[in-house]
Each structure stands twice: as structure tokens, then as C-alpha cells.
Design a protein around this ligand. Structure first.
Ligand SMILES: [Zn+2]
Length: 403
């Protein structure tokens, strides 16, 4: 980072611009005077910055403000069509892609199956979906600000590297670079639960919340964390393996090779294994089928979800005791199980969380749409648009003292 006075001036200019842009995103439609009051920047600075943003098409003017007698004030808001982004979620079987505007509204959505699982084959499939999304939406590739990709497993976002993908069998696959060489626009990758967490932070329940976590229930059990306002991924991108925290000494064998992981009770394969061991249940092939049985009143299916909910609640109380978040969002395919999972979960959270911490945390179950993962991936790019330059400019953290 440049330490010169000129460098500092550029940083301050970029920072002020980021403050104004984010204020318009958070509070728009909003008048210039209000932006000045809330930000503490001078009216002259606000006029200059908003003028630049208008000229670049990043924001637009509307005239819906309340008049206090005189002319109706002109309000500012993010220009939804100021640019477009693409989000791609890679699953075990295929790719779900969306093309969105600047407010994460989906303009086009597609699903493709994978023709091969090598990083090269997947990159080619992703690139072809980028082309077909642009074509279907009638958006030229030059208007796409970037492509975000959500992947299962461990991801090193800064190196655009899939460190480990359990479904595709990858180790250290340079998927970001491979895709970039096809599409020639900036490519961002991250763990899929982190991408959902970005989406919640930018446009969802996590807006303005500095300490919250996202727990996903589906094929596995995932965790995304926003700590002190930042998405936390750990030293090497491996943070958040909540599904592999141990809840049962000498418990069931997990896909990760260990025994008694939370995922063996709450993840899809764990639920299906419990169902297969249950004599009075018909054969079920998916979590969805088991949920349908439970919702129809099948006592054995309900009991499986009750056990899963209890285990999930124990895990969540550990998270509350460690992180003291103000909000926990629960999302993913498994939220369809509703009360048969969440009533026992809430009971276990109350039972196991330290009484002094329990009232601090609100738990919300987020309704689930099947394009949520892809919208999350698009938010990786939108997050870059709204990112503060300080986050880019601050050198790596001061070494921690070990305690
Ligand atoms: Zn495990």
C-alpha cells in the first residue's frame, strides 16, 4: 500500500465515495442533505461524489421525496440497471446460474447438467452458461461486472482455488483462473455457504447487523459467519465446518472419516440412514420425501427430525456460547421440515445456552428458494462493488499474541 500523501488522498476520496454509495444502498431513496447529515461529509463533497456516481450510471435520481412546502426533494437510489452480475452455484450434478441486476433481482435463470467433473470440464460448462445467460437476457458480456461462483467444501477465495470439493473430488483445483480464461470478466469464488452469507449481509436479514451467522441444512450442515461486520473464513478458508463438530462420542461414521459429526444426524445422508434403519417407514430416497412423510404425520419420520433438531440445537448453543451473535439465520433445503425440526431445536438451544447469553440471540428461519445459492454467488460480485477501499488497503493483520 502506498504511504505517500497522494496515496492517502486517493484512499480518502475512494473511501468517501464508498460511504456515499453504501448509504444510498442502505437507506435509498434518500436526499443529498440526508446523506450529508448521516455521513458527516460536507454538502460540497456529496454534490461532487453523487454527480460522479450519476454520470457513471451507478445511481439514479427519483422525485418521490416528501415536500415540506416547497419543491419536492430529489432522492437518490442505486440504479438497478447500472450493471449486471452473474452467479453460478456448482452442485454435485450441475450448475444453477442467475443473471441479476445491481439489487440482486434475478433477470434470467438457468440450470445445466455437468458433462464431466474435471476442473477443466466444469470451467467449460460454467463459461457456456455465462454465454447463454447473457444471450437469454439480451445483455452484452461487456455489461457484466463479474461472475461469482459458489462451491461446496473448502475454498481459498483470495487465490480463486477450490482446496477440497467433496462432491467433485477436487484438491487445489484452480477453477477461478480456468473460468476467467474463458469469460474475460472478473471471477470471484467462495464456499457456497459464505456466498449465502454475503447475500444476507448485502440485501437480506443481515443488513446493518455486524455479528450474525447463517446455518444451512441440506446435503450437509454449513455455517457462514459475519463477525464484526466482515465475513469470516479462517486463516486458509476452512472456517465454518459446523457439520463436522462432534456431538456424539463414538457416534456414526461421517463422510469426513470421523465419528459422531453433527452432519451424521442433521445432513441428508444421516437422515436417510436413520430412515433406512426404521422398520415401519417406507423406503425414502431424499430428504424431501422424508420431510413429506413427517409433514403428513408419520410418527417415525417426525421422531427422526426431533432427534436431528435436538442435535442441531446443541450445536447452535455451542455457537452462541462461543460467538455471541445477535442473529442466527437458518436456511437451506431442510427448512421445509418446519416445527418438527425447529421446535426440538429451540428447546435444545434454550436448555444448553448459557442463560446470560441466551436472550442476546434472535433465531430466524429464512424461507428457501432453489435459486438462493446462485443469487448468493452473484452477491460475491455485488459485495466487491460495495466493498470499502479500506478493506482492500489495510495491510494484513498485526500478528496475534498467543494467549
Ligand atoms: Zn464429519
Amino acid at each position: 500500500m502506498s504511504r505517500s500523501p497522494l496515496g492517502s488522498r486517493h484512499l480518502i476520496r475512494d473511501l468517501n465515495r464508498s460511504i456515499v454509495l453504501n448509504m444510498i444502498k442502505e437507506h435509498g431513496p434518500i436526499g443529498r442533505a440526508q446523506v450529508a447529515r448521516r455521513s458527516g461529509l460536507s454538502p460540497a463533497s456529496i454534490t461532487k461524489i453523487t454527480g460522479d456516481l450519476l454520470a457513471e450510471g451507478g445511481i439514479l435520481e427519483t422525485d418521490t421525496g416528501e415536500s415540506s412546502g416547497g419543491r419536492r426533494p430529489i432522492l437518490l437510489e442505486i440504479n438497478p440497471t447500472g450493471g449486471y452480475v452473474i452467479g453460478l452455484k456448482v452442485t454435485e450434478y450441475g450448475v444453477i446460474g442467475v443473471l441479476t441486476d445491481m439489487t440482486a433481482d434475478v433477470l434470467e435463470k438457468q440450470k445445466d447438467s455437468l458433462e464431466g467433473t474435471s476442473p477443466e470440464a466444469v470451467a467449460a460448462c460454467l463459461a457456456s452458461q455465462v454465454d447463454s445467460l447473457c444471450h437469454a437476457a439480451g445483455i452484452p458480456r461487456e455489461d457484466v461486472l463479474g461472475v461469482g461462483v459458489g462451491l461446496s467444501g473448502l475454498v481459498n477465495a483470495s487465490q480463486c482455488l477450490s482446496r477440497q470439493n467433496p462432491f467433485l473430488g477436487w484438491r487445489d483445483a484452480p477453477i477461478g483462473g480456468l473460468l476467467q480464461s474463458h469469460v474475460h470478466v472478473p471471477v470471484y469464488i467462495d464456499n457456497d455457504v459464505n456466498t449465502l452469507t454475503f447475500a444476507e449481509r448485502l440485501f437480506g436479514h443481515g443488513r446493518g447487523v455486524d455479528d450474525f451467522i447463517v446455518v444451512t441444512i441440506g446435503r450437509g450442515v454449513g455455517l457462514g459467519m459475519v463477525l464484526d461486520g466482515q465475513v469470516y473464513s479462517g486463516a486458509h478458508g476452512g472456517a465454518g465446518e459446523f457439520g463436522h463438530t462432534i456431538v456424539q462420542e463414538d457416534g456414526l461414521l461421517c463422510d469426513c472419516g470421523k465419528y459422531g459429526c453433527l452432519e451424521t444426524y442433521v445432513g441428508e445422508s444421516g437422515l436417510l440412514r436413520a430412515a433406512a434403519e426404521c422398520d415401519d417407514l417406507p423406503a425414502v430416497r431424499s430428504m424431501d420425501e422424508l420431510i413429506d412423510l413427517g409433514l403428513a404425520g408419520n410418527k417415525s419420520a417426525m421422531a427422526i427430525f426431533a432427534t436431528a433438531g435436538d442435535m442441531l440445537g446443541r450445536g447452535i448453543s455451542n455457537l452462541i456460547n462461543i460467538l455471541n451473535p445477535s442473529l442466527i439465520l437458518i436456511s437451506g433445503e431442510g427448512v421445509r421440515a418446519e416445527e418438527m425440526l425447529f421446535d426440538p431445536m429451540h428447546a435444545a438451544v434454550e436448555k444448553h445456552t448459557m442463560p446470560v447469553l441466551f436472550p442476546d440471540t434472535e433465531i430466524l428461519v429464512d424461507p428457501w428458494g432453489d435459486d438462493a445459492w446462485a443469487i448468493g454467488a452473484a452477491c460475491l460480485v455485488l459485495g466487491e462493488v460495495f466493498r470499502s477501499p479500506v478493506q482492500n488497503a489495510v495491510p494484513s493483520a498485526v500478528p496475534q499474541m498467543s494467549g
